[in-house]
Design a protein around this ligand. Structure first.
Ligand code: GRF
Length: 202
């Protein structure tokens, strides 16, 4: 399965996906990395791995739809069959989401449906949660919603700062995203009534 990865920044989840795809038995390969920011650290990570990169700045387009159409076209031209958002900090248009419906994953650093949106670590600590975690889900028009493929719970410890919790969750993300992508690429994930059913065997 040919993957396109959308990033905006550091790219540590991208790196985890690149490392996973490098394994001979992994059923996916990354064909293209798109960043909406020219200074995203993840671009260098992709280049170092010999993966094609494109910068498409949202600032060059009048509307979200126009920007998304160029992204869509660029992905298709690269032969991308499936999209992974990995720290892509733009809300996608309904049109883009529908074009890639059931063919796009996102990773979010909380146990969805709790703590959608931003500042998730501080909000989980402030709420007194004893666990948080991360979620990989199919993308739907509403932000941080969509059928959940996989989640990892991560403890919140006494005295945690948002940065400490973020670092602990990020470690879990790097294992979870390749795991979830593998499940999907092996054809083990079926969406029924907007819930993912995972089968044992491909
Ligand atoms: C991750 O925490 C991810 O869950 C969130 O944005 C962050 C991206 O980090 N959507 P990185 O760019 O993958 O290092």
């Amino acid at each position: 399965m040919k993957i396109g990865v959308l990033i905006s920044g550091r790219g540590s989840n991208l790196k985890a996906l690149i490392d996973a795809c490098a394994k001979p038995d992994f059923p996916a390969e990354i064909a293209l990395v798109i960043s909406n920011k020219a200074d995203a650290g993840g671009l260098q990570i992709a280049k170092d791995a010999g993966i094609a990169t494109r910068v498409i700045s949202h600032k060059d387009y009048d509307s979200r739809e126009a920007f998304d159409r160029v992204m869509d076209q660029t992905l298709r031209e690269a032969g991308v069959e499936f999209v992974c958002s990995a720290g892509f900090m733009r809300i996608l248009s309904d049109e883009f989401v529908e074009k890639w419906r059931d063919r796009q994953l996102n990773i979010h650093p909380s146990l969805l449906p709790s703590f959608k949106g931003l500042n998730v670590y501080a909000r989980a600590i402030e709420a007194g949660c004893k666990v948080s975690g991360c979620t990989v889900h199919f993308v739907r028009a509403a932000m941080d919603e969509g059928p959940i493929v996989a989640q990892t719970a991560v403890p919140i410890l006494e005295g945690d700062t948002p940065d400490m919790l973020a670092a602990r969750i990020l470690e879990a993300e790097h294992k979870l995203y390749p795991h979830a992508l593998r499940l999907v690429a092996e054809g083990r994930v079926t969406i029924i009534d907007e819930r993912c059913v995972i089968s044992d065997h491909p």
